[in-house]
Write a protein that binds this ligand. Structure first.
Ligand code: FE2
Length: 219
């Protein structure tokens, strides 16, 4: 497969996996690809690679592909299985800080073992395109996008988990708000009020484990 035909191959594949079962996700994917085209001039020969990865980045949500339930890995594995350009599969595997969710799901070693990271500026560009596109495919900004994501996934989401860990570590709400991109302190404080003493202790244990200062308590 040549780079010249990459997008011609990518669009029909993404459409076949998303348009019928997940029409809103398909609109979002088209929007992310549109953002990629808007910044194409910056990337020269890699512009088509970025656009192909953009339109394919969420194919792992397709019911036909959902094996682990972690869409970056499911999507990348499928792309690999159909002989996709390995750089496209790598970008899909690592799109939009996928390592964070992979870590939370215990899949980080699998993800990083199977799919080496692509050049950082391309991964950043794909994240930029995703974070500037609404679920309906229209342009947005990263703050509104992250607020939309945290609102959509609720209290069990990774974002809420991150906030809980940060609160438990004593990070000030205003700083947590900036890290997570909340546009209003009320959103951050709403999570803060759910952090009970018990969950703080649990979160501290997880934080220690993550930082590998010492093994988690067996108590
Ligand atoms: Fe996306």
């Amino acid at each position: 497969m040549t780079t010249a035909t990459l997008t011609e191959w990518a669009y029909p594949l993404a459409e076949s996996l998303l348009a019928s079962p997940l029409p809103r996700r398909w609109k979002h994917s088209l929007g992310v690809a549109e953002r990629a085209r808007a910044i194409a001039a910056i990337f020269g020969p890699d512009a088509e690679l970025l656009e192909a990865a953009a339109v394919l980045h969420d194919v792992g949500y397709s019911p036909d592909l959902a094996k682990t339930g972690f869409h970056p890995l499911d999507g990348a594995r499928h792309l690999q299985s159909v002989g996709a350009d390995e750089r496209v599969a790598r970008l899909v595997a690592h799109h939009s800080c996928a390592w964070m969710e992979a870590d939370a799901r215990g899949l980080r070693d699998e993800l990083e073992g199977e799919f080496p990271r692509e050049k950082e500026h391309l991964a950043d560009a794909l994240c930029f395109c995703d974070m500037n596109t609404t679920p309906d495919g229209t342009p947005t900004n990263p703050l509104d996008r992250i607020n939309e994501i945290t609102g959509r996934y609720g209290p069990d989401s990774l974002m809420h988990g991150c906030a809980t860990l940060l609160f438990a570590a004593g990070v000030a709400p205003r700083v947590v708000m900036e890290i997570l991109g909340h546009s209003q302190i009320a959103v951050t404080m709403n999570i803060y009020t759910h952090v009970t003493d018990g969950s703080r202790r649990e979160a501290m244990g997880k934080m220690d484990h993550l930082l590998q200062r010492r093994p988690p308590s067996r108590k």
